[in-house]
Design a protein around this ligand. Structure first.
Ligand code: ATP
Ligand code: MN
Ligand code: MN
Length: 302
């Protein structure tokens, strides 16, 4: 599958127009990953990441003093981003007012966010050109802390089968944290309420069919030994972590697309990290991951 590590070529770091200050600041104390390394990581993976992360409203996890210090979740433009690299899009809220959200569409945009202390990028399930019609549905599998990764992998594979029975192709992504996200690409057509309704009913049906394994409610107290199928990512304004995003967790793991067959042999959702840019790029171009995250399909009646 993979070329042996030693055969993976050094990856060229694309030039960006962003001056990154404090390049030597350690952002991940457990592994000494610096701000400069994080910026270079995003520049390197930008070409494989942007097809999934570009041109959609994003929320940022910013940790200006590093992942072990205070972090905050930023949804709206707060005047933090000067220059042309991080774009704004006005989105109407339920009450009729309008708020500026952020999006990026190139390596400069990603690196400009890192310059401002960003570690993680989370995205809407729709893009700025078609905000009300999601192009992606996500089932975020959140296991009870006591469960091993084997149980999560099996659950993800079972979701894939159930989706296939409904005529839907899906793809697996390691979250970089504890779980797996099952990603269902959609041709933008159905609007948010229909996608949310489908996701909720799908999750509740699995919870009802196999109550020992799954539940569709967030309550951590009730999760005991089970996996929460988090369908709530599929409502307007909700976000999910985007492919290739570095997580603000010990060891600088990244969210990594995987094929269904290789998922069986993976031991943890934190299998790859920010020092694996070259391997991630080689993988993304491999036959295994060809077509990952791409399918022209609409929701069936459920
Ligand atoms: P894990 O596999 O460890 O669960 P995850 O990325 O799926 O990793 P979750 O805690 O399940 O993490 O969160 C799911 C999503 O909810 C996140 O990816 C993010 O987009 C969103 N989210 C997380 N924290 C916040 C927050 N403070 N405010 C708004 N949305 C959040
Ligand atoms: Mn999760
Ligand atoms: Mn979740």
């Amino acid at each position: 599958v993979d070329a042996p590590e030693s055969h993976i070529p050094e990856t060229h770091i694309p030039e960006t127009h962003i001056k990154v200050s404090n390049r030597d600041r350690v952002i991940f104390p457990e592994s000494n990953v610096t701000k400069g390394e994080l910026a270079d990581y995003y520049a390197q993976v930008s070409s494989i990441m942007l097809p999934f992360a570009g041109s959609r409203p994003i929320s940022l996890v910013r940790c200006p003093q590093g992942r072990a210090k205070a972090c905050f979740f930023q949804k709206h433009d707060a005047g933090s981003f000067k220059g042309d690299h991080v774009h704004k899009v006005a989105i109407p809220e339920k009450d009729g007012s309008s708020e500026d959200y952020l999006y990026v569409d190139d390596a400069d945009g990603l690196v400009a966010c890192v310059q401002m202390g960003t570690i993680e990028f989370h995205g809407w399930g729709s893009s700025v050109g078609s905000l009300e019609q999601p192009d992606r549905m996500v089932f975020d599998l959140d296991p009870d802390e006591e469960l091993g990764f084997d149980v999560v992998k099996k659950a993800a594979a079972d979701l894939k089968e159930h989706l296939a029975e409904l005529g839907l192709v899906s793809f697996a992504m390691l979250s970089g944290g504890k779980g797996v996200h099952v990603v269902v690409p959609l041709t933008p057509q159905a609007e948010w309420p229909a996608v949310k309704d489908f996701a909720e009913r799908f999750a509740r049906a699995l919870g009802a069919a196999e109550p020992d394994r799954f539940l569709a409610t967030m309550s951590k107290a009730k999760r005991k030994g089970r996996i929460f199928i988090d369908w709530l990512r599929n409502q307007r304004g909700a976000t999910a972590v985007l492919p290739y995003v570095a997580r603000a967790r010990a060891g600088a793991p990244v969210a990594a697309p995987v094929s269904w067959s290789e998922l069986r042999d993976i031991d943890a959702a934190s299998r790859w990290g920010v020092r694996d840019a070259a391997a991630l790029i080689a993988r993304a171009r491999s036959r295994d991951l060809a077509g990952w995250g791409v399918a022209d399909q609409v929701l069936p009646d459920l």
